[in-house]
Design a protein around this ligand. Structure first.
Ligand code: FAD
Ligand code: FES
Length: 344
């Protein structure tokens, strides 16, 4: 048995034992240390951490979740990390996100809205229910987190991030329709108000961080707006006065959604600025022609004090935004991200 020490973002530690043929997430669960994880198959990157000491083997890690350069830097996926010595692991979240007792992760919910809001996005709203379906309940989650939703009558699950905040009770999602996508097809052909679905979660470490007085820039590509919206709504409720800018981008104008709501959110939050970019467009009417990366570069040129940056959307957009931030001199510790990877 090896000793596993988990250090959290706020400098706390906890430890447990792990055998050589056991992954770190499973060993933690066995000893009631429940670390953040989702697919537990090396594909979603929810359990990503830094190994600062010790030897380990990574088995069956998907390159989309842990690219080779990150692996070389000592990053690991805890659900696929098998120790070969004692390990010191640093996770990107605070101690209060670790549970030390069994927590409910399976939920029943009812569809209360399922509407097309752009050429390729559906807004889905779910009401969580008690297990017998008799009463409404609220699901506690941190803005930025996601749940896995199961297609009824199958074992097929997909990850979707909440756009709402926990206090709202209902869970709001913005879901991109993909050609031949299993969940996309379910939404377009079967999902209707009143139907019940199973959820698993919440999960994920993408969340607001202490900003040390710096401003925040949120960069959202397409439905990457969802978790960002949840965070901004949380900021609105907390009356945090520090400046925040939302940069939202899509490829074609008919893919835009929630624009009027974003404008009214900005009116209700004087500290929030919103800019929107569309690639295949001439601009005008509140929209810039170009990519969300163009907006980010312009934003970063404006001030000497580098902001905290939150990125969410397709992997290509995240990588381009990360590179733009590095070029502008933003320390990588000030960049937080969630890649919308294929989650099947
Ligand atoms: C943590 C997390 C949170 C997410 N939150 C959201 C969200 O809030 N809104 C949202 O729209 N999506 C989100 N996603 C992405 C979503 O879970 C996947 O895109 C999902 O697989 C789509 O399901 P589907 O059944 O329609 O398509 P699938 O049946 O899974 O895939 C159909 C085809 O599209 C490809 N594909 C699937 N997903 C992607 C992708 N993201 N990029 C490129 N190609 C893809 C597949 O390889 C396959 O060829 C999230 C993903 C993760 C990991
Ligand atoms: S939980 Fe480890 S990669 Fe998904």
């Amino acid at each position: 048995m090896y000793q596993i020490v988990i250090e959290t973002e706020d400098g706390e530690t906890c430890s447990f034992e792990c055998g050589p043929s056991e992954d770190v997430i499973s060993a933690g669960l066995r000893q009631s240390v429940i670390l953040l994880a989702s697919c537990r198959a090396g594909g979603c990157a929810t359990c990503k951490a830094d190994c600062t000491d010790g030897d380990y083997e990574l088995i069956d890690v998907k390159v989309q979740a842990l690219p080779p350069d990150e692996e070389e830097d000592g990053k690991v996926l805890l659900c696929r990390t098998f120790p070969r010595s004692d390990l010191h692991l640093v996770v990107p979240y605070t101690y209060d996100r670790i549970s030390f007792e069994a927590i409910q992760t399976n939920w029943l919910a009812e569809i209360v809205a399922c509407d097309r809001v752009s050429s390729n996005v559906v807004r889905l709203v779910l009401q969580p229910l008690t297990a017998d379906g008799a009463a409404r309940i609220s699901l506690n989650f941190v803005p930025g987190q996601f749940v896995d939703i199961e297609i009824p009558g199958t074992h097929t699950r997909r990850s979707y991030s909440m756009a709402s905040v926990a206090e709202d009770g209902q869970l709001e999602f913005f879901i991109r329709l993909l050609p031949d996508g299993a969940f996309s097809k379910f939404l377009q052909t079967e999902a209707k108000v009143g139907m019940r679905v199973d959820l698993r979660g919440p999960a994920g470490s993408f969340s607001l961080h202490d900003h040390g007085g710096r401003s925040r820039v949120f960069v959202a590509g397409g439905t990457g707006l969802s978790p960002v919206l949840s965070m901004i709504r949380q900021l609105g409720k907390s009356s945090d006065p520090s400046p925040a800018t939302l940069l939202f981008g899509v490829t074609n104008r008919d893919e835009l959604f929630y624009v009027d709501e974003l404008k009214s959110l900005a009116r209700s939050m004087p500290s929030l600025g919103v800019r929107i970019a569309v690639v295949n467009d001439d601009g005008g009417n509140g929209v810039d022609k170009g990519t969300v990366i163009d907006l980010l570069r312009a934003e970063l040129e404006k001030s000497d004090v580098k902001p905290d940056i939150y990125l969410c959307g397709p992997p290509g957009m995240i990588e381009a935004a990360f590179a733009a931030a590095a070029t502008a001199g933003v320390p990588k510790e000030q960049v937080y991200l969630e890649k919308f990877l294929a989650s099947g």
